[in-house]
Write a protein that binds this ligand. Structure first.
Ligand code: NDP
Ligand code: 13P
Length: 320
């Protein structure tokens, strides 16, 4: 099958490598101004992966959209709306399956990425998501993992899973698009909180963070009409090791750097997602104490130790 991957950063480049490894014909697209794209064009390598010669590289969006039967997208989540608008100007979209491989929620609207994408391209039946745990650094060393693919249409979900399953990535069929998208995005915020604990030398609190983080995100998902159990699956809790504990996690590293005052310039999606979660918490009247504390530490310069004490001094309540 022909597969296009749009976005040639850390994850997009890996996805092209993976689709090629599974046996597909692959075209990887990067924008003309992209340093990532230029580096791949010159060396076929980035910091994480080397691309086999048979992966085609293109900076023509028209060529990339027309090439793939399946079109995988992995760019910064907050850029999806404008990028989707550019895609909407291309031809033949109704015959394609789009797979969003990003973890975010639109910051100023609280909309899930599949909602943003379908609003812009004007089609909703052929959009899937691919989320769950996994770092490029592990996959290229042949360390396998389990991930989840979901959509609102089981035939679409099955087609994507059947095209991409392998002994390196075992996929599960997602059954709850709301839970999977909110869960995948929100784990980055919990990952930032974990990095803050590392920065404070309070890493031993991560067990409690895992227990209470899942609890508050599952309340939100339920209020939004999703299934709270989804939060205990691959898209959220299943991604905690890769985010709350991994040295590779950009979100964890962002949280740690915020506390220690070191610079950090990689994409940490949780920074924008926590704004969206503030909005959703208010809209659905769900208390999100950990997310709110992360928000205040990032955007309102709140003192981390004082925030932690505030969390500990909240009214005592039942665990579940
Ligand atoms: N296990 C998983 O499912 C994983 C998922 N991810 C997710 O993948 C997504 C991308 O992360 P990552 O690859 O680390 O980020 P990077 O910063 O490495 O790459 C982001 C890419 O998005 C491109 N981009 C940004 N804005 C636009 C735009 N307006 N139009 C077109 N392209 C644009 C950038 O272009 P340029 O090259 O010009 O800078 C860059 O290539 C995130 O949502 C992240 O959460 C990441 C890792 C693992
Ligand atoms: O989603 C990921 C791992 O599953 C990547 O996490 P980071 O973006 O925090 O590196």
């Amino acid at each position: 099958m022909k597969i296009s991957v749009l976005g040639c950063g850390r994850w997009g480049t890996f996805l092209a490598w993976y689709a090629n490894r599974v046996g597909h014909e692959v075209m990887l697209w990067g924008r003309e101004s992209s340093k990532h794209y230029l580096q791949l064009k010159e060396s076929r390598m980035n910091d994480y992966v080397t691309l086999p010669q048979d992966i085609m590289l293109s900076n023509s969006l028209e060529a990339a959209v027309s090439f793939g039967e399946i079109i995988i997208i992995s760019i910064s989540a907050q850029e999806l709306r404008s990028f989707a608008h550019s895609i909407s100007l291309q031809k033949g979209l109704k015959d394609k399956i789009f797979v969003l491989c990003m973890k975010g929620i639109e910051a100023n609207t609280g909309k899930r990425l599949s909602q943003v994408f379908s609003e812009e391209i004007g089609i909703s039946s052929n959009i899937g998501i691919w989320v769950g745990p996994g770092h490029v650094q592990d996959f290229v060393r042949e360390i396998p993992n389990c991930m989840v693919i979901g959509s609102d249409h089981i035939e679409v979900t099955k087609k994507i899973v059947e095209s991409l399953n392998s002994s390196l990535i075992r996929f599960y069929y997602g059954q709850d698009l709301i839970g999977n998208e909110i869960g995948a995005a929100a784990k980055n915020v919990i990952g930032i909180a974990a990095g803050m604990l590392d920065g404070l030398c309070y890493s031993s609190l991560k067990g409690a963070l895992m227990a209470r983080g899942t609890r508050e995100i599952s309340r939100l998902v339920r209020a939004m009409g999703g299934n709270d159990t989804t939060i205990y699956g691959l898209s959220h809790l299943g991604d905690y090791e890769a985010t709350l504990f991994s040295l590779h996690s950009h979100n964890r590293r962002f949280g740690q750097a915020l506390i220690t005052g070191e610079p950090f310039d990689k994409l940490a999606e949780g920074v924008s997602t926590v704004k969206a979660l503030q909005y959703l918490g208010q809209k659905y009247e769900v208390e999100l104490p950990i997310c709110n504390a992360v928000y205040e530490m990032i955007f309102e310069n709140a003192d981390p130790k004082e925030k932690l004490i505030d969390l500990f001094l909240r009214p005592i309540k039942f665990e579940f």
